[in-house]
Each structure stands twice: as C-alpha cells, then as structure tokens.
Design a protein around this ligand. Structure first.
Ligand code: FES
Length: 105
C-alpha cells in the first residue's frame, strides 16, 4: 500500500499524482476515491492534470475521457484502458494498493 494523503488534502473534483516506478493518480469524484495509471493510454499525458466531470477524467492533451471506475475510455483517441487500483481509506488517510493491477481488456 502506498500512502497518498489525508482525505482533507484531496477535495472533491481534485486529483493527486503519486510518483513511483509507474505513476498512479488518485481522484476524488462523485463522493468516492479512484486510482488509475496516471499516464494516458494514448500518448504521454498526465491524467491528474485532466478535467474531472462526474466519474470521468478528460485527458488534458487530446480529450479522451476515462471512466474512473474502470479505466476504460469512452471516446477516441484513446482506445486502450488504463489500469485501476484499489483505494482504501483508513483513519482519514487515503492509501492505494499498487501491487494489485486491475487490467481491463
Ligand atoms: S494523450 Fe491522452 S488523449 Fe492523447
């Protein structure tokens, strides 16, 4: 488990990029927390810099939209999903389990 931040530091509609061998970002949207690979599956853009709307994040570079719940894009130009990770909140702190990669076909 990677410690992300206290819940108080990630307000609704915001994202936090966690640096690691594979960058992962945590999103706070629709009252929940979601973790995805930070790098867009289309090219090299950070999804944490994108726009969150509902349960989707729009890539800041070419506007592909990814479902935060599944990592699946719902529009071009991205065709492939990004991986998602379990998020746990314990004692007011957000953790991401990056050992568990949930690939979507
Ligand atoms: S880099 Fe994300 S849609 Fe192109």
């Amino acid at each position: 488990m990677i410690r992300a931040c206290p819940v108080s530091e990630l307000p609704e509609g915001e994202a936090l990029r966690l640096e690691g061998s594979v960058p992962v970002s945590v999103f706070h949207a629709e009252g929940g927390y979601y973790a995805l690979d930070d790098t867009c599956s289309h090219q090299d853009a950070s999804l944490a810099d994108g726009w969150i709307e509902g349960c989707y994040v729009e890539c800041p570079l070419h506007a592909a939209r990814f479902d935060l719940r599944t990592g699946v894009p719902n529009c071009l130009p991205a065709k492939n999903a990004v991986r998602t990770y379990p998020v746990v909140v314990a004692d007011g702190v957000i953790y991401v389990d990056t050992r568990v990669r949930q690939d979507v076909a």
